[in-house]
Ligand binder design. Structure first.
Ligand code: DGY
Length: 435
């Protein structure tokens, strides 16, 4: 497909999903404003409509909680058939809840990185000044209300906070969670997407059970840390947070703001990240279950996110790339089909090529991998993955994810971040890591 036509089609996906206030991640499946989707959508919008990119970010920040949390979804006042709806979350019981309806949990903190990237290309000092305090408050909340063990690593209390909901790395934690009673609910997510591409019922019941626990605790941060049956330190989440802390620091310097607090987070995370997550024997990063106090030995795409954060040493990076990313038994596609990068290593018994985070390839994770490889000077590998990602989108459209065997589309159609990142990959193939 012609590059210009791919650009036009990507722009029209973003325009068609635009409600005027925010951009839906997917026209039917995701009709509200999701946190990390919105950050990437703003990045895509910045390529052709900077004012709209800024208003996307403002709309997301309108959902910020009094304690600093930036929620995973801001519902605004758009009626929809999406479940769980605002009534289900019952956030009004928390004194920190904002006036706009939102969920009571967060999502991977990509926003400061996106603001920095946009600003580094099209300087918008007034906008940075406007949003910086909200970004700082969110990061402070992550490093305090979500720091369970004084490491500055943030913990998550729900798989939805990881952004990779049914990733097999959460299955073991779920085995230990035995819901006494799950509130009655009707799934909405299998209305527009076939069940085989969505999370299993067993996992979904636990997603809902956890929300029920949180609303009974009125979303009080200390109580969530003390009582959430699910409590984990996630490699992907913390690699993104570390990178975003560094980007926040760059913004602080530009604004003439003090950086001591951010410096403290960066210093402590840099040390604790590798101590906590790196497994010397396998050469992989593993998430950590804080309830059992043990690493989660499941090999998924999140092991490559530290490259995006600039956290591994050169030797650790080499092991990740040579032993795992390029290993056809785990991540590398067969030579004749080039559909990078399966979201779970094919060696995992739970690998499934079409089910959500169990194995499909995603444009977002390809982008993280490409960025990480560029950061470690693996340009010869980053470039073909970039090209293959664009081929995938040209072949199957802007889908939510793709069957990692044949590249056929799965999940939502007209998916906004696949369109946004296509613009990014086409227009700025190697610009993100201005050092
Ligand atoms: C969903 O509805 O599947 C989302 O991932 C939850 O935020």
């Amino acid at each position: 497909m012609e590059i210009t036509s791919l650009i036009d089609r990507a722009i029209s996906v973003l325009r068609n999903n635009d409600t005027g206030v925010f951009t839906k991640p997917g026209p039917h499946q995701y009709p509200h404003q999701w946190n990390w989707d919105s950050a990437l959508i703003a990045l895509g919008l910045s390529h052709f409509d900077l004012p709209r990119a800024k208003s996307e970010i403002r709309a997301l920040l309108s959902g910020q909680w009094g304690d600093g949390m930036l929620p995973s979804v801001v519902y605004h006042s758009i009626p929809s058939d999406y479940f769980p709806n605002p009534e289900f979350w019952q956030i009004k019981n928390s004194p920190s809840a904002p006036s706009v309806p939102t969920t009571g949990i967060t999502q991977p903190p990509l926003l400061a990185t996106i603001v920095r990237i946009i600003h580094s290309r099209q300087p918008t000092p007034d906008f940075v000044q406007e949003v910086y305090p909200a970004l700082l408050r969110w990061h402070r909340w992550l490093h305090t209300d979500r720091d369970a063990d004084d490491t500055d690593l943030a913990c998550i209390i729900h798989p939805w906070e990881s952004g990779t909901d049914d990733s097999p790395r959460w299955l073991h934690l779920f085995e230990a969670i035995r819901p006494e009673a799950v509130p009655e609910f009707q799934r909405g997510d299998t209305r527009y997407v076939v069940a085989i591409e969505r999370p299993n019922r067993t996992e979904y019941e636990r997603f809902i059970y956890l929300i029920d626990v949180f609303r009974k605790l009125n979303y009080t941060p200390a109580d969530l840390l003390a009582h959430s049956p699910f409590l984990a330190q996630d490699v992907l989440f913390n690699a993104i947070l570390f990178r975003a802390d560094e980007d926040l620091r760059t913004l602080a310097i530009e604004l003439g703001q003090p950086t001591d607090e951010i410096d403290g987070w960066i210093k402590s995370m840099r040390k604790n990240f590798n101590d906590r997550f790196w497994d010397e024997e396998t050469g992989l990063y593993y998430d950590f279950d804080l309830r059992s106090g043990s690493p989660i030995h499941v090999n998924t795409i999140s092991t490559f996110l530290p490259l995006f954060g600039g956290l591994p040493s050169k030797d650790q990076a080499r092991r990740l790339v040579e032993d795992h990313l390029l290993n056809p038994a785990e991540y590398a596609p067969a030579a004749e089909v080039r559909h990078w990068v399966t979201s779970t290593a094919k060696t995992e018994p739970t690998w499934e090529p079409r089910r959500y985070w169990r194995g499909p390839a995603w444009v977002i994770t390809n982008w993280f991998v490409i960025e990480g490889l560029q950061r470690y000077d693996y340009h010869d590998l980053a470039e073909p993955i970039r090209q293959d990602t664009l081929d995938l989108v040209a072949l199957s459209g802007f889908r939510e994810y793709y069957d990692s065997r044949d590249g056929s589309g799965c999940g939502s159609t007209d998916f906004s971040w696949s369109a946004a990142l296509t613009l990014e990959l086409l227009k700025s193939p190697s610009l993100v890591h201005e050092k």
